[in-house]
Ligand binder design. Structure first.
Ligand code: SF4
Length: 117
């Protein structure tokens, strides 16, 4: 198994116990790993759909926040349009407001799926 593949396993294991996103440099520090190597492993994990990286700036330093994918979805849930919709209580199948035909919900799903590409 390659060095990067081994590191992918270590990262995946570490992230299982995480309740919040972690900056990439912090993850490298905690795992005592070179920043270039961790960057390669994280890119591979993102491609496999195991994590999501989001660009951020911390104390003037550009970095990525690393989210296990399940945590990333949770972080996006407050943006679901239904939470702010005046039709939420009457929305449902066979109602005038049907989620399967809702343009607002459809647009939101398209946006989130683009982020995951
Ligand atoms: S599916 Fe559409 S209409 Fe229904 S609650 Fe969500 S945003 Fe509102």
């Amino acid at each position: 198994m390659s060095r990067v593949a081994l590191l992918e396993e270590r990262i995946t294991e570490f992230l299982k116990n995480l309740n919040e996103p972690i900056p990439q440099f912090e993850l490298a520090k905690r795992l005592n790993v070179d920043s270039r190597l961790i960057s390669r492993a994280l890119a591979r994990l993102e491609k496999k759909g195991i994590i999501k990286r989001r660009k951020t700036t911390i104390r003037g330093k550009h970095t990525f926040l690393i989210y296990p994918l399940s945590l990333y979805y949770l972080s996006k849930s407050p943006e679901i349009p239904c939470f702010y919709c005046s039709h939420l209580e009457v929305c449902g199948k066979d109602s005038n407001y049907d989620p399967s035909k809702c343009e607002k919900l459809f647009k939101w799903l398209i946006e989130i799926s683009k982020e995951l590409d």
